[in-house]
Design a protein around this ligand. Sequence first.
Ligand code: HEM
Length: 238
Amino acid sequence: MDTTKTHAPPPLCPTPKVALRVWDLPIRLFHWSLVLLIGVSLLSGKKGEMEVHMASGLFLLTLLLFRFLWGIVGSTTARFSYFLCGPRSLWTYLNGLWKGLPGYSPVGHNPAGGLAIVLMLTVLTVQATSGLFANDDIYTKGPLAHLVENETSDALTTIHKYNVKLMLSLIGLHILANLFYLVIKGENLILPMITGKKYTNFKKEEKNLHFVSTYIALFLMILSSVLVYFLINFSKYF
Ligand code: HEM
């Protein structure tokens, strides 16, 4: 008998579904803190509670700074290099989605999601940084408004006001996309953003995800807070 023969499963045998850790704790905390802080910023801005508005804006800026650092040195699924892809992969993915081809879900963000996330992070960064230089014509000035000419501050105030619409449109699209996956494709992406685990049929090589220690995330969060603190408190000496 030939004992060297391996018994590969028949080619049509479906890959068994397994639960796989996909999102680390820092990403999940980042995501839900972001949601909370955007809510606080929108509400306080509308009600004219400018102290709360500026505090939540600075927290947002700190979170975003942390996210950009984590996107470079963080866990595999958090890295920009992992989920940002070229136009060809994006096209192939969207084409498959449109034609309703049997869905293969990548670990982490899919090509369209990855692009949307970078767009959202960019628009949020524009929102938070323009606020630093904005003014409300009467009492309130952003903490760095004194560093620029009045006309520049006014222009950045306009950007701060109109960028909100872009930000809300992207957030709306993001939520609709999640609902589309849930209702039409029968894939719950929301639960993994809470538990960190996805339950689906992954390719073998995708199980080799690398998770960076939460202590490093904590260090980066402290570093981001210190940088924002120094930027605001020492700007008067610039
Ligand atoms: C203020 C509103 C929101 C903002 C600004 C926002 C922003 C983001 C960002 C930046 C990411 C990427 C996470 C990362 O890699 O750092 C993300 C992912 C995600 N968000 Fe949101 N989000 C918002 C609301 C929501 C809501 C309400 C839900 C649930 C319905 C949701 C579900 C998700 C899911 C499931 C992912 C992971 C998507 C994937 O699997 O690729 N988000 N969101």
